[in-house]
Ligand binder design. Structure first.
Ligand code: PGA
Length: 238
């Protein structure tokens, strides 16, 4: 299976034009490269950025766990699917921290997104406090087990291991520590399940996660807003 390289644009950029420019440049740069590339823009751009022409897949950054109804501000898995996006990020630590997502709501979202035929990028990761208290593995195990509770077929599940302290801080997790966590997480999923690393990934550090830590891909935030930098990251994962 190819390595999976995912761009998480978060709440950026501020115009359709900018989104389209970055997207087009990524698509040009990614042509012919041997990795599966997914761009997850804000949902309003899923339509506007145009589709990857078989080179890039699109993904959303969040989804609601009901099909439809009185949930102001939310989007459903069916809406995402209808826009021909293939993927959705679920359980990102920013959603857990700022929007009250729990392991239980993440589980419901994953089930609903799978039902709609979407592929999942399921985020887990410990905070600095949890790591310092020696609770990393306990947290990862709980997040994976509850997040995937009742789901037997993991074919469309990808796990993104993102230590919260490494996200957006420039303080990326070492290859050694990532390797330990990737191996630990692997115990709870299928041998074929892709496990990605995320947290301050840049082109200078990206290759090591794939080549030495045993990750099967990367979830890239800040650095994915520069097409040039993101294309370098994709190349490092070939
Ligand atoms: P970062 O974000 O690459 O900016 O650290 C990663 C993420 O939040 O997915």
């Amino acid at each position: 299976m190819k390595n999976l390289i995912v761009a998480n644009w978060k709440m950026n950029p501020n115009s359709q034009k900018e989104a389209k420019d970055i997207f087009d440049a990524i698509r040009e740069g990614a042509r012919g490269l041997d990795a599966e590339v997914v761009v997850c823009p804000p949902a309003v751009y899923l339509y506007a950025s145009g589709f990857g022409q078989g080179i890039i897949s699109m993904g959303a950054q969040n989804v609601h766990f009901e099909d439809k109804g009185a949930f102001t501000g939310e989007i459903s898995a069916l809406m995402i699917k209808d826009l021909e996006a293939e993927y959705v990020i679920i359980g990102h630590s920013e959603r857990r921290k700022y929007f009250g997502e729990t392991d239980e709501s993440v589980n419901k979202k994953i089930k609903k997104a799978l039902e709609a035929g979407l592929k999942i990028i399921f985020c887990i990761g410990e905070t600095a406090e949890e790591r310092d208290a020696g609770k990393k593995n306990e947290v990862l195990e709980r997040q994976v087990k509850i997040g995937l509770f009742g789901i037997d077929n993991l074919e469309n599940i990808n796990i993104a291991y993102e230590p919260v302290w490494a996200i957006g801080t420039g303080n990326n997790c070492s290859v050694e520590e990532t390797k330990e966590s990737v191996n630990f997480i692997r115990k709870f999923v299928k041998p074929k399940t892709r496990i990605l690393y995320g947290g301050s990934v840049k082109s200078e550090n990206s290759g090591g996660y794939i080549k030495d830590a045993g990750a099967n891909g990367l979830l890239v935030g800040g650095a994915s807003l520069s097409a040039e930098e993101f294309v370098k990251i994709i190349k490092s994962a070939e």
